[in-house]
Design a binder for this molecule. Structure first.
Ligand SMILES: [Zn+2]
Length: 286
């Protein structure tokens, strides 16, 4: 009996020791993570414009205060649309750029938009965002809207779990990279029946198609002049223009953009982001 009790006691002691070890290891792990996080915060502060004397707590507040949500008016939640009804007061147009972030082209587009004091909407692809997070940060820092264009840019039919992963993974990386929550979605290739749009509708995304295709994704790329002509001829108030900053060589789009902006201005158009365009017509749709 005594022997059994001793063995039990021994086991108990061993279990307690193991428990202590686990607690100690956990505490050590937490401590190490905190130290690494602190170091990270301090580095960000030191290289940024934030007062280097400010403590990590302030830095956290700063992240929270820069969170942006591109929400969707109720009338457009889960809806597929290619333009909005103009309220007749102003001629509004939304320029949209798909398939980035892309090396060179996206930053060139951003520079032209900046010079012209115009805001646009960028439909980003998750795997591109993973490659060029800094470009996406610049898109947001310069006041543009960002939207979800799936992770892989697949056209094929997919089951709900795959469609969910395509959209949710991209949404999560957009948030992780830019602090933005966006409820705007465009299916790759404009394919409406492969499972992506059905999932996006379930999640109350606004499914933003386009009213004018610049033609810049055609295999034989039109000249910049033709791209500009396509947009300027096809536009109507409340329209959405489809262009590409990624998914191949789009220097032609970059070259056409100043002509497109100038031509639309001459027609009296004002440039807005998609969330702004939808907000402008909210009263018409409710
Ligand atoms: Zn696309």
């Amino acid at each position: 009996m005594v022997k059994i009790r001793r063995i039990k006691k021994k086991r108990k002691n061993l279990a307690q020791r193991r428990l202590r070890l686990v607690v100690l290891m956990t505490a050590l792990a937490i401590l190490t993570t905190n130290i690494i996080q602190c170091a990270g915060n301090f580095t960000s502060q030191a290289v940024g414009t934030v007062d280097p004397m400010a403590m990590p707590g302030n830095f956290t507040t700063q992240i929270e205060s820069t969170e942006i949500v591109f929400g969707v008016p109720p009338a457009y939640q889960g809806k597929v649309f290619n333009k909005v009804e103009s309220d007749g007061k102003e001629k509004l147009v939304a320029l949209t750029f798909d398939d980035g972030p892309w090396i060179n082209t996206t930053t060139e587009v951003l520079e032209i938009l900046r010079k012209n004091e115009i805001k646009a909407t960028f439909f980003v692809v998750g795997q591109q965002l993973q490659k060029y997070p800094q470009i996406a940060k610049q898109v947001i820092a310069e006041g543009h809207a960002i939207a979800n264009h799936t992770w892989h840019h697949w056209y094929r039919r997919m089951d709900e779990a795959t469609a969910a992963k395509e959209i949710d993974d991209t949404a999560n990386l957009i948030y992780k990279t830019t602090g933005v929550k966006t409820n705007y979605f465009r299916p790759p290739g404009g394919v409406l029946n492969n499972g992506l749009v059905a999932y996006a509708q379930k999640r109350d995304y606004a499914i933003a198609m386009w009213s004018v295709d610049s033609g810049d994704s055609r295999r034989r790329r039109p000249t910049p002049e033709t791209l500009a002509k396509n947009v300027l001829k096809g536009i109507n108030p409340g329209g959405i223009v489809l262009m590409h900053d990624g998914g191949g060589n789009h220097e032609g789009t970059v070259q056409a953009l100043p002509q497109i902006i100038e031509g639309l201005r001459q027609q009296g158009y004002k440039f807005v982001t998609l969330p702004e365009l939808l907000a402008s017509s909210q009263s018409d749709n409710q």
